[in-house]
Design a protein around this ligand. Sequence first.
Ligand code: 0O2
Length: 228
Amino acid sequence: MLIEKHSSIRLRDLSQQKTISPEQTELAQGMVRLNHLYRSALKMAVAQLEILDEEFATMYDHSPIHHIEYRIKTLESITEKLQRRGLEVTIDNIFAHIQDVAGVRVICNYLDDIYYMRRLLTRTESFGIQREADYIKEPKETGYRSLHLILDVPIVISEGTLHLPVEVQLRTIAMDMWASLEHELRYKSDRNFSDSDAARLRLCSEAIGEIDREMQRIYLGEKPEYEV
Ligand code: 0O2
């Protein structure tokens, strides 16, 4: 199943002010081009993931991917990230400094499926890996777990071949549940997010880590580490 989260960078975000400066007009024009290019890279990455998933399902009667979500980062989020790094919001800076304009979230069924998909992706001659962060082996301070890859995705356009980064986040269903609720609790709800909430979420993350390992063992038919 494929889920597209936002359709594209919303150009109306740029034109909310009544008077638009020449710089803003140039930025808006650049955004149209940038949006098209990153959407093309996103499509290539998603198509490759689907091909690998279907091939595996055909051969082994097991689909490693539960579902895929993908999105182009909103202009608001791009602007916030550039400003946080003390950079001006320009098209050149987006190309040079933002590696997750195009993002794919691959929700896998089992823990091993994540590393299996990673192996397949890196074996394909089409994509290189620019950067990798394994927050499963070493979860973040918050308890966040996922495997992050920045893929180098080539797209063929009228001027030739262009390579663009696509961020791929691979995680299990349980890790995805945690990340989605943690984000909601930390940033979106009206309640005050306390240190105690953060500590309890870290415990939930550890429990999820154990659940994922046990689900994997059950799938493989391995004996449990405790008496049943
Ligand atoms: P969105 O809308 O999800 O894309 P930076 O991106 O600058 O923060 P870095 O090192 O490039 O830093 O990225 P990092 O920390 O490896 O991964 C960033 C993305 O991972 C985030 O995207 C989240 O999607 C996810 N993530 C990282 N840490 C956490 C966490 O503690 N909780 C949750 N729920 N998600 C996390 P963005 O950019 O925040 O936004």
